[in-house]
Ligand binder design. Sequence first.
Ligand code: URA
Length: 264
Amino acid sequence: MMGGVEHMNTESAPESPGQSRQLLDNLLLIEDFLRYGVRSGRRIEAEDGALGFGDSSGNKGNSAEGDRQTRLDAIEARVRQCTACVLSQSRSHTVFGEGVTSPQVLVIGEGPGAEEDRQGLPFVGASGNLLDKMLAAIGLSRRTNCYIGNIVKCRPPNNREPTPTERDACIGYLRVQIEILKPRLILCVGRTAAHSLLEVNDAISRLRGRTFAFEGIPVRVTFHPSALLRDESLKRPAWEDLKQFRTLMDSLTDSPLQPSRNEE
Ligand code: URA
């Protein structure tokens, strides 16, 4: 767990990089409490030294697979301990994300549902089944070339939409995941994911069909699979979105992806 205020040593100056990071962490924690009343996930970006983004000398961590996994594991450990918003009080498990560590595509949903909360994995309920099929149709799978994450890592009670405060408290974790994973493309499924990541407020009808950018990474938006389960008529336009996404994907990759088997 990140050092709490009660662990801060106010008697002496920090002696090691570890102690400096601890001090910085504690100061950020105090600042967040004073400003927002909670620890804001956004501030995690500032803690890059501790997470392998490089040190104060400007050295960047290497991007080998094992290193990525280690850094993801470090963030996941923080997420498991996180109490930055009220969602932490009712969760059974945090849901960090799942997939390969050098993904072609990062898929971002809203937040865990009941089954995800039980298993600690993203998109494993009914909408997850559909999402896997949608991805397979354009050659993507969390087992081979894709990573799946969410805006919030804990289940909102009764599957309600996460509040702006909850999203703000959590989005920093996703930002760090993106920095580590470096996907070629991002697919936001649903309005909440798009609004939170892109900081826009348009209806989904105005977000579909456009290419946005997040930190230089192209981002497309389509319907959330739960919406398709509720309203069959959205399946055709969603398929159009996916075909466009696939075309964009092929235009960015040297060797176009082969369709993956639909792994039932
Ligand atoms: N819906 C989401 O947005 N994310 C999940 O992980 C599951 C359902």
